[in-house]
Design a protein around this ligand. Structure first.
Ligand code: HEC
Length: 118
């Protein structure tokens, strides 16, 4: 009788131990979700291609922002000009409606995230 009781206790302890070691494993290897950063290729370029066209695309134009290097170099001018209102000197996109706050925020966040290309 005592022997039977003892073996039940052993089995229960084994189950408890198995569960707790399984739990430990998941805390040792937590699923780490990396915060997504704004990049030129994924986030900024598509906005430029759709909102700053055709004036800032291609080499031949005033300032072409469909390449990473020049967009990066002019980021402060870009942010300043898109935050102006239509009619103000230097407002961009020229001759077009103002960008939404969320699109403007993408440029600001790109700078905050240190102007990554991809
Ligand atoms: C309809 C044409 C047109 C569109 C659309 C347009 N731009 Fe421009 N942009 C110009 C012209 C022309 C100039 C240069 C003359 C000037 O300074 O007004 C310029 C100048 C600029 C400059 C100043 C560059 C410098 O070094 O002097 C910035 C920054 C700029 N644009 C950003 C943008 C951004 C960002 C967009 C899109 C959200 C945009 N523009 C859309 C025509 C345009």
């Amino acid at each position: 009788m005592a022997r039977k009781f003892f073996s039940i206790v052993i089995v229960l302890l084994a189950i408890v131990f198995w569960f707790s070691s399984a739990a430990n494993q998941s805390t040792m290897h937590p699923t780490y979700i990396q915060p997504v950063k704004v990049t030129y290729n994924a986030d900024v370029k598509p906005i430029i291609v759709s909102k700053c066209a055709p004036c800032h695309l291609d080499e031949g134009n005033e300032v072409s922002y469909d390449n990473y290097a020049s967009a990066k170099q002019d980021i402060d001018d870009i942010i300043r000009s898109i935050k102006l209102n239509p009619g103000q000197h230097g407002y961009m996109p020229a001759k077009n409606p103002k960008l939404s706050d969320s699109l403007i925020h993408v440029f600001e966040q790109w700078k905050t995230d240190s102007l990554l290309e991809k």
